[in-house]
Design a protein around this ligand. Structure first.
Ligand code: ZN
Length: 159
């Protein structure tokens, strides 16, 4: 397969998640709720998270929002990858994704679906689009009892 075929394949996967998201909606119940906004592109995202009884493991993540294909596909891929993950593990995934957007890291085999986003690192204007959902997740997980949060977080100042 040539390099451009590989790139087309990745674009297809991204478009498929954009057109037919599998994790759109709201979790029931909602244990964490966070909105995020990427002003440089206009993407908005609203994440809801359902945790286990102990509050240390993610049962489900769903998203709603509007934005470009990269932002929406990234949210759908992320939601799928987070099921059953411990909160600490999920925060490490946030870090790893952000490193991947700098071209410095990628996910191991069991999470390799997330690596379809790696190509975005080559398009600096799109990096914030891909990062938005992870940035929003981090805020959701780090603010306990945020289920009534109404404020937007913005990734405008993110490097
Ligand atoms: Zn975008």
């Amino acid at each position: 397969m040539t390099l451009s075929n590989v790139r087309d394949l990745y674009q297809q996967v991204i478009l498929e998640h954009y057109k037919k998201p599998r994790h759109k909606g709201k979790t029931d119940p909602v244990h964490r709720h966070q909105r995020g906004h990427n002003p440089s592109c206009g993407d908005t995202i609203e994440l809801t998270v359902q945790l286990n009884d102990a509050g240390d493991r993610i049962e489900d993540v769903k998203f709603e929002g509007e934005g470009c294909a990269i932002a929406m596909a990234s949210a759908d891929l992320m939601a799928g990858a987070l099921r059953g993950k411990e909160v600490g593990e999920a925060l490490l995934m946030v870090q790893r994704f952000q490193s991947m957007m700098k071209g410095q890291d990628e996910f191991p085999k069991e999470l390799r679906k997330l690596n379809v986003m790696a190509g975005v690192a080559q398009f600096p204007v799109r990096i914030k689009c891909a990062n938005l959902t992870w940035h929003t997740l981090k805020a959701a997980l780090e603010s306990p009892n945020s289920s009534n949060a109404t404020g937007f977080i913005s990734n405008e100042k993110e490097a």
